[in-house]
Design a protein around this ligand. Sequence first.
Ligand SMILES: Cc1ncc(COP(=O)(O)O)c(C=O)c1O
Length: 349
Amino acid sequence: MRNLSPSMFIGVAGKGVLSFGSGQPDLPPPTEVYSCLANYKAFKYGLIAGETNLREALAKEYRGYTKDNFIITNGASEALDLVIRAVGKPNDNVLLHTPYYYSYRPLVEMNYRKPLFVRTYKGKIDIDDFEENVHKAKAVLINSPSNPTGRIQEIKTLKIIEKMTDDLNIPLISDEVYKDLIYERENYMLSGRHVITINSFSKTFSMCGLRIGYLFSNDKSLVQKIIDMKSHTSMNTSIITQEMAYRATKVPRSFVKSQVRIWKERRNIIYRGMTELGLDLWKPEGAFYVLPKIKKPRNFVWDMFKKHKVITYLGEWFGAPERVRFSYALDTDKIEEGLKRVKKYLEKR
Ligand SMILES: Cc1ncc(COP(=O)(O)O)c(C=O)c1O
């Protein structure tokens, strides 16, 4: 078996292949988003912080902020990279909760910071462990709803985290790319003096390949520092993509609601199916991932791909070595078919 890595599977398709791999929505984007394409011709460099109309539209969405709190980025991925680089200095500890999104650890390490891990129980942060470790950290990164667990953090926990990081005067980075995809309650947005919120158009509006996201913060000196950094890296985010994102901000809320209904139905099918297979897993409360425990996960991921044409992701990439991640961004009949193939594999084993 060769060394397994996410790049082996990202974008892989083929006859009969079912991908529970990449976290990319299969649902179509709203038509408003691409109806501008035929006539758009303004291809000059744009503002590093992002186009004014888009930042103003976002400021309206999040009360209490103005366009000057925002930076438009190449996906949440660029926002994460810029923020991790902008806060603190080399060798600082950045607190992550496990299991974590698989880019967090490399991003922290590539930026010469050190990841420090907080325990979770069934995907929920162990607040005592958090309290013990937060004193050693120079920044905290929270992701709720979470990729890869699909779990959301309790509001009580989020409030404690807000208070502790505020008391300690340390940046609290909140990755809320799944904020619109919650099945159980409204999103609780972390806020405060040192909070930096990261979001994206990838998931809510099925615009992953367009690479568009954003960050915002009350800390204007940090926002300026990031704009200065970005002027020497990617410069402005793609101008046409920003226009498409602007149009996405005008799409009625009913679009998002109808998508959540579809995700919830899929969540119910995969959760029920896996429970019936006897797998140990946590019920997803948001996003579109499940993370069941699987014996010999490396064999599972490899054999499912080679023998059963099913792509899944190794839990060890997310700091969960006993588990395997399934993204259920698939039609319900494909989810059912995937479950059948998993059943066949487990029965043979
Ligand atoms: C938690 C989380 N953060 C960030 C990203 C990156 O998103 P984007 O496509 O906006 O770069 C992802 C993508 O899967 C994600 O799951």
